[in-house]
Design a protein around this ligand. Structure first.
Ligand SMILES: [Fe+2]
Length: 873
């Protein structure tokens, strides 16, 4: 993205008008904002008018969010810790020649003299994020997660030392000001000086305006100043995982930490670029689904205060009028608002808008967030599903990838897990106490929402939390239980209330869960059915019920309870009775689901990861594993039982998690006798995995030459690899090149209902998906729906000649047991059912939409069956 240019009044008004079509519209504020833009970029904080709340306001981003609040008309950093930042979103320092003037008042939270305590305070300019070395990609959102040592620091320490420059300059501060006072005002002037700039800091007593001191530096290049602007509480470095002290910062002065308040922040000057639309909130983003006549929509809100409005209104456009459909209360923990509308007419597209009354002292403004509930694309021949997962946000906000996905215009977006990682946004994670830990999660979740909101507002999406979404490297959920010993022994690290916030923020807009009764510790369920665009999906939770291996399987030969190295490992020893993959109730859901074909021509499951252990090499090029219990190739018995149900509906599998894009064909008893799966590419790969079958004994044993074809996975499950892409052993260091090289990219699955074919597309990160070619080698992969149960037939039933239904559902049952053999929705009215054993069968032919059906009993299976049978439904 180009750096935004200075906005003239005329341009700004044009821009605002465009913004009303989709994003946040501050209806009553617009005229005032327009004036501000006119007045050479002048910005003034209005905290004196703000209600008390954690969320600072639409024009700010606080790092980390839980450490800041607005209170009594000022903003406070309430944690004495290093490098707490409050970014201004609407203004950045631009490359153009010009001036900057800034001022802010500062004192200690709780009162007292500034000299009475430790810490430092001030401002930072020139904050750039991970994309700092890519000027053409600079983006104010990327800068919210600053690159290490990024920025030009301007501040005062508690001993009165003034500093301007690098973090190290704080140690060399020569000008001292007398901090024997409660509050000071920092005033900063940046003026051109030849080819460079002079930066002058003046400190005043905030009450008397008496000047206390002044310091000036020159020969500052524009490059040091360009980027985001932030208030800083305690200059210093935060260790990557938070908490601990930064290493290797000998030159960095430490003046300890304090808690500081800020007020009357003013920023102006011609070197600023202004974009008043660069705000976030109060309605942050929205997600919705439509299934079986029920539309569910969730709006995500920030942590508002007790005196703020607690409700959000939903309106639909009918003709030229907006009609209110409902008003719901914001969930106190998840900060979500969910609307559930029954009897939804999927034949129409309906514009919607969410409204929230944003209160300040003495003035209310109406904020809106608008989108579109699309017409159910059941008549479109092809339904396109975006398969999105694993975003370490290395290059947040991934503008290019999101733009490419937008060009493909998928009908449905499936975010299948790891919507962020613990490292996202810096500061590590905060796990306790509960309230700040929830806000810590929300800040990271907001990165995801802010990345995708332009797409999720206008099309249905689902979101499956995976392990990193619940702050775990791996998750064996043990039916919602809490962790007792090691992670590998199973259970959730975080308490159930927190986990339920994750479930609510990510999945409350899903169709109602199959099981509304929470599992252990009150952990809520989100798995269930979704029918959209003529395709029936089973949305699964493949971690929530899974057994933890440690203490159950034979002790591993590594320090981890999930990794096995020894090539003589016998997978049978790990296939033990009582182990769970999906859990009993979720298995019951799958049994119900394979017979539910109303409004569905094809079927697919969607879950976090694939049901095989494909990757041979983990983390680094030498990280070969004999077995990895995190993979859903284990536990074998429940895995096989699940696949044996899923294949009955010829269902495909959409997943992610692996960071190793691949199309695999599952086997239960033999190769290819179950469905195919797509492990989609990661948005931004962190932890790499490779497929190198020659390198592990077990995989090589099958004798397949090359890397495509039939193999056994870690757990001896038959597995056929149809396509895959490995990243390099040593990826390049620069972040953009690294993201691309590590096989980050874009994955899409197309369900062609006319041809009953599934096409899997997979593009490298920077490839334009609308141009022909350019996919990863081996893609696209095209699969016929019947390949999803390509078990060899041993006999056939009579050829059916069906009348009375256009696209009949044919269900074949074993007569003796009554068990469903399979169910297939036909494109034609002629079909010869195949079976896998001799015997007697019942065939049920039906029209799932009207409910009409006909059963024929006593059909004998025979090889070379030439019989014909007319079935009138
Ligand atoms: Fe991941």
């Amino acid at each position: 993205m180009k750096s935004p240019r200075k906005v003239t009044r005329r341009k700004f008004i044009a821009h605002s008008a465009a913004a009303t079509a989709g994003t946040v519209v501050a209806v009553k504020v617009l005229p005032q904002l327009a004036q501000a833009a006119d007045a050479t970029a002048a910005f003034k904080s209005k905290w004196q008018e703000s209600l008390d709340r954690v969320w600072i306001g639409p024009e700010y981003w606080a790092n980390p969010m839980q450490d800041w609040q607005v209170k009594n008309g000022r903003v406070e950093c309430v944690k004495a810790a290093m490098d707490r930042q409050l970014h201004l979103l609407t203004r950045q320092v631009g490359p153009q020649r010009g001036t900057i003037e800034m001022s802010v008042k500062i004192g200690r939270v709780g009162g007292g003299k500034l000299k009475a305590g430790k810490g430092s305070f001030g401002l930072r300019l020139g904050i750039l994020g991970t994309l700092k070395d890519y000027p053409e990609r600079h983006d104010f959102r990327n800068n919210l997660w600053p690159a290490p040592n990024s920025g030009f620091h301007i501040g005062v320490n508690s001993e009165g030392g003034m500093f301007t420059g690098s973090l190290g300059s704080a140690a060399n501060s020569r000008v001292l000001v007398d901090l024997d006072r409660e509050a000071v005002e920092l005033s900063v002037q940046v003026v051109p000086d030849g080819d460079a700039y002079k930066v002058k800091l003046t400190v005043f007593d905030a009450a008397t305006r008496k000047q206390l001191g002044q310091s000036e530096v020159d020969k500052i290049s524009s490059n040091q100043l360009n980027g985001n602007i932030a208030l800083i509480s305690n200059f210093g470095s935060v260790a990557a995982r938070g908490g601990g002290k930064a290493k290797g910062k000998a030159a960095e002065a430490s003046f300890g930490t304090g808690e500081f308040w800020f007020s009357d922040w003013q920023v102006s000057g011609t070197k600023l670029t202004v974009n008043e639309s660069q705000t976030f909130g109060p309605i942050l983003f929205s997600q919705y689904t439509l299934s079986k006549g029920v539309m569910k929509l969730t709006a995500q809100m920030p942590p508002i205060g007790a005196d703020d409005s607690q409700t959000v209104r939903l309106q639909f456009k009918q003709g030229n009028a907006w009609k209110t459909a409902g008003e719901e209360t914001i969930h106190p923990e998840a900060r979500t608002v969910t609307f559930r509308i029954e009897n939804w007419d999927g034949n129409k597209e309906v514009p919607y808008r969410l409204q929230y009354v944003f209160k300040t002292r003495g003035r209310d403004t109406l904020h809106q967030w608008a989108g579109l509930i699309r017409k159910d694309p059941k008549d479109k021949p092809v339904l396109t599903v975006g398969d999105v997962s694993c975003n370490i946000h290395a290059i947040f906000p991934n503008t290019e990838l999101v733009g490419n996905m937008a060009k493909l215009d998928p009908d449905l977006l499936a975010f299948v897990g790891d919507q962020f990682y613990e490292s996202c946004g810096g500061y590590g994670v905060q796990r306790a106490p509960l309230e700040p830990a929830i806000i810590d999660y929300l800040r990271k979740w907001y990165f995801h929402g802010w990345t995708w909101r332009e797409l999720t507002k206008d099309r249905p999406s689902i979101s499956l939390p995976d392990d990193h979404d619940v702050y775990q490297g791996n998750l064996w959920g043990e039916a919602g239980d809490g962790r007792k010993t090691t992670q590998e022994a199973g259970g959730y690290d975080m308490e159930a209330t927190w986990v339920n916030v994750v479930h609510r923020t990510q999945a409350s807009h899903h169709p109602d869960p199959y099981d509304p009764t929470p599992c252990k510790r009150g952990t809520t369920n989100y798995y269930g059915p979704l029918t959209y665009g003529g395709v029936s999906f089973a949305v699964l939770a493949d971690r929530q019920y899974k057994s933890g291996p440690e203490g159950k399987v034979p002790k591993t030969d590594t320090s981890r309870g999930d990794h096995v190295l020894g090539l003589n490992f016998d997978p049978k020893t790990a296939d033990l009775p009582g182990l769970q993959l999906l859990g009993d109730k979720q298995m019951q859901f799958l049994r119900d689901w394979v017979t539910d074909w109303k409004d569905a021509e094809m079927k697919s499951i969607i879950s976090q990861t694939i049901f095989t252990a494909m990757a041979t090499t983990h983390g680094g090029p030498d990280g070969e594993l004999r077995a990895d219990y995190d993979a859903n190739g284990w536990p074998q018995t429940p895995r096989n039982e699940a696949l044996a149900i899923i294949r009955k509906a010829f269902a495909f599998h959409i997943a992610g998690d692996q960071h190793l894009p691949a199309v695999v064909h599952y086997g239960v008893d033999t190769h290819k006798d179950a469905g195919l799966a797509f492990a989609g590419p990661a948005v931004n790969v962190g932890y790499p995995r490779w497929w190198r079958p020659a390198k592990t004994g077990r995989n090589a044993k099958t004798g397949t030459k090359g890397e495509l074809g039939d193999f056994l996975d870690h757990f001896d499950n038959p597995m056929t690899v149809r396509a895959f892409v490995n990243g390099p052993d040593q990826p390049p260091k620069p972040v953009m090149e690294q993201v691309v090289a590590k096989t980050s990219g874009l994955g899409v699955v197309r369900f062609d209902k006319k041809k009953r074919k599934i096409t899997i597309d997979c593009w490298p990160y920077t490839t334009d998906p609308t141009k022909p070619g350019g996919q990863f080698p081996g893609w696209p992969v095209v699969v016929d729906v019947t390949e999803n149960y390509a078990r060899k037939a041993t006999a056939h039933l009579p050829t059916l000649d069906i009348e009375g239904v256009k696209q009949p559902l044919v269900e074949v049952f074993e007569e003796k047991t009554g068990e469903l053999v399979y169910a297939l929705r036909l494109q034609s009215t002629k079909f010869q059912p195949h079976v896998f054993a001799n015997g007697s069968y019942t065939v049920k032919v039906s029209d799932p939409e009207s409910g009409k059906s006909k059963q024929v009993k006593g059909l004998a299976a025979a090889s070379g069956n030439k019989e014909k049978l007319k079935v009138k439904v």
